[in-house]
Design a protein around this ligand. Structure first.
Ligand code: NAD
Ligand code: MG
Length: 387
């Protein structure tokens, strides 16, 4: 019998992490959960540790708990690590084969790099990592002869559509987008959207930040940039199409005009399972498409005036260098400011545009240059949102 794949999950209590745990539970003959990492909510991490008898848990921010108080919440033989060091420790554990990275933002950047260097297979949901540092991460994967599997549903779809084909025959890749909640909302109503409304998505059940990014289409913008690095596409080869049903997760059009699409219900468990078991397959944990019931697939071009965050992402894609890092950082700050009611929904793209215009965009010579650009963009955009 094949040995089980040993998995570590970063962001184990989040939307992606919870789905990943469902997949691991259902396929315990093929997958073994070895370690988890989470932010600050200790109890749900402890619950997972008890269920899977985990030896390794990383709590990024235990607040003001003492080491003993923290330890007492976990089974006796669970070792607890904290902070960035804890993440890196978890990513490089001898007994881990694959790390699923599903933490919002770029906190796991360094740990991702170390995991690649330690020849771990990577399932990457945290799109921000490639948006910021794809230029450095992708060559590293190649250098270590590694495997980086895209867990974001669009990129996972493209990965599947490319299987058995050469990228040199690709005319373009077509990322689908649901268009979010506000695809048809009159523009004047967009100005008064509240964070509580923006977080609700018509098709997907996701974390808070990505749900708001879906409403502004900054999420698709980040995915456009992520796609460039993952699949080595030129900006002109990346297209976005609105597909409100979220059943086709993305497509690849080949030079001969054939289009290959990947379909599954709008549930992240399909992409997550594809990564965790790759290259094997097994029955999924959620209901599949029922072709006996009528349904339709619609497509339309995205409206760049309605969704300036998407337009800006295509600009940033062409600018390259530190521009994607600035876009990502400014968006994160703007979304947080929107959540805290400091700016309106329509101010989010304005903050991004302001930050991009007010900082110089330079070719990064190292990851540190990108981290510096990220910090500078955060400071600049924060000032803008505090005015
Ligand atoms: P979420 O907010 O639901 O969960 C985030 C998780 O990260 C939580 O478990 C939290 O405890 C943990 N966390 C926070 N800070 C941490 C830290 N410093 N160290 C370790 N863990 C930390 O987020 P999500 O929706 O699951 O998204 C996670 C990532 O996956 C994001 O980058 C998002 O863009 C990407 N993604 C999500 C979806 C989705 O359907 N939710 C789809 C595609 C891509
Ligand atoms: Mg996606």
């Amino acid at each position: 019998m094949k040995p089980r794949r040993r998995v570590a999950i970063f962001g184990a209590t989040g939307s992606i992490g919870t789905n990943a745990i469902r997949v691991i539970r259902a396929h315990s003959d093929q997958l073994e959960l070895i370690a988890i990492a989470g932010g600050s909510r200790v109890e749900p991490l402890a619950e997972i540790a008890r269920e899977f008898k985990l030896k390794h848990v990383s709590v990024f921010d235990p607040g003001n708990q003492t080491e003993k108080e923290l330890k007492d919440q976990f089974p006796g033989d669970t070792s607890i690590t904290t902070g960035l060091e804890g993440l890196i420790h978890t990513a490089t554990l001898e007994e881990v084969d694959m790390v699923l990275i599903a933490v919002v933002g770029i906190t796991a950047l360094q740990a991702c790099i170390e995991a690649i260097k330690h020849r771990k297979k990577i399932a990457l949901a945290s799109k921000e990592i490639l948006v910021m540092a794809g230029e450095f991460i992708m060559p590293l994967v190649e250098k270590y002869d590694g495997l980086l599997l895209p867990t974001d549903s669009e990129h996972n779809a493209i990965f599947q559509c490319l299987s058995g084909n050469s990228t040199k025959h690709v005319r373009n890749i077509i990322l689908t987008a649901s268009g979010g909640r506000y695809r048809n909302t009159p523009m004047e109503q967009l100005a008064v959207i509240t964070p509580e409304e923006a977080v609700k998505h018509p098709n997907w059940n996701m974390g808070q930040k990505i749900s708001i990014d879906s409403s502004t289409m900054a999420n698709k913008g980040l995915e456009v940039i992520e796609a460039k690095w993952l699949f080595g596409m030129k900006p002109a080869q990346i297209e976005v199409v609105i597909h409100p049903q979220s059943i086709i997760h993305s497509m690849v059009q080949y030079v001969d005009g054939s289009v290959v699409a990947q379909m599954s219900p709008p549930n992240m468990s399909f992409a997550i399972q594809h990564c965790l078991l790759y290259p094997d397959r097994a029955p999924g944990v959620d209901p599949t498409i029922d072709f006996a019931k009528p349904f339709s697939l619609d497509f339309e071009a995205p409206d760049f005036t309605r969704f300036p965050c998407l337009r800006l992402a295509f600009d940033v894609l062409k600018m390259g260098h530190t521009a994607p890092a600035i876009y990502n950082a400014a968006n994160e700050i703007a979304v947080q400011a929107f959540i805290e009611n400091r700016i309106s929904f329509l101010d989010i793209p304005k903050v991004i545009e302001f930050t991009l215009e007010s900082l110089s965009i330079t070719p990064p010579s190292s990851i540190q240059d990108i981290i510096d650009a990220d910090l500078e963009a955060r400071e600049r955009s924060l000032k803008k949102t505090l005015k």
